[in-house]
Design a protein around this ligand. Structure first.
Ligand code: PEP
Length: 257
């Protein structure tokens, strides 16, 4: 077993307003309070408008739950209407910024170059990027899923130094499994997560590669999480739909129980 602490992160996508966010985090805190969850890192990734409410709750109640943003601007300030910068997220004490989620790549045309600039913006502001990579169904059917995903890893990490790269989180999310109920088999997840670690070793050396946490994402639920987490190169999960149900998210977090 690796000594990488698993990271279970709930991506709420565009759901839950700031009042609903408070109720939801309170439920999570209550359900996780009876047991020491130091061995698993738990994070929520709400919409931007919820972050201040989540911060107040987490700080006020000294909760161990961490939080992050679903996106980050490549720029730190300026005339970029509608964007949210790294310094703003750092001021809200976010721990994470998701970069290159497939929905950003698909609906907002985010390229590997832009993701690379966002990864750098996160690091510049002491935020841990969760870089999302993964193939669509056509690529998977053509058998090019590993090469496609590794190219996204290369693009996202271009010119990122080893001392930053070793702290990144990479989420392997096959697009065909996101929000579809179609889950990759544990072997599918391991094949690509293992290849990602191999590429990190080529880029930065084995020691750095062994430190990086690689998550699987795509229709993770309480019923399939344990088998996925049993894979040697899977160090956590990025959970979308199922993270909106507090009870279900807690069951996922407690995959070891
Ligand atoms: C996600 O949004 O990153 C995700 C994995 O979604 P879901 O769990 O709903 O497939």
């Amino acid at each position: 077993m690796s000594d990488r602490t698993p990271l279970m992160a709930g991506n709420w996508k565009m759901n839950l307003n700031h009042l609903e966010a408070i109720a939801h985090v309170q439920k999570l805190a209550f359900a996780l309070a009876d047991k020491d969850y130091e061995s698993v890192e738990v994070a929520v990734v709400p919409p931007f408008t919820d972050l201040r409410s989540v911060q107040t709750l987490v700080e006020g109640d000294k909760l161990k739950i961490k939080y992050g943003a679903q996106d980050i601007s490549a720029h730190d300030s300026g005339a970029y209407t509608g964007e949210i910068s790294g310094p703003m997220l750092a001021k809200l004490k976010c721990s994470f910024a998701v970069v290159g989620h497939s929905e950003r790549r698909q609906y907002h045309g985010e390229s590997d170059e832009l993701c690379n600039a966002k990864v750098k913006a996160a690091f510049r502001n002491d935020l841990t990027p969760i870089l999302c990579v993964g193939e669509g169904l056509d690529v998977r059917k053509a058998g090019n899923h590993v090469a496609h995903t590794l190219a996204q890893v290369d693009g996202g990490l271009k010119d990122v130094p080893a001392e930053q790269a070793e702290t990144i989180v990479i989420a392997y999310e096959p697009v065909w499994a996101i929000g579809t109920g179609e889950v990759a088999t544990p072997e599918d997840a391991q094949e690509v997560c293992g290849a990602i670690r191999g590429r990190l070793a080529e880029l930065y050396g084995q020691e750095v590669a062994d430190k990086v946490r690689i998550q699987y994402g795509g229709s993770v639920k309480s019923g399939n999480v344990a088998a996925i987490m049993a894979q040697p190169d899977v160090d956590g999960a990025l959970i979308g739909g199922a993270s909106l149900d507090a009870e279900e998210f807690v069951k996922i977090v407690r995959f070891r129980d």
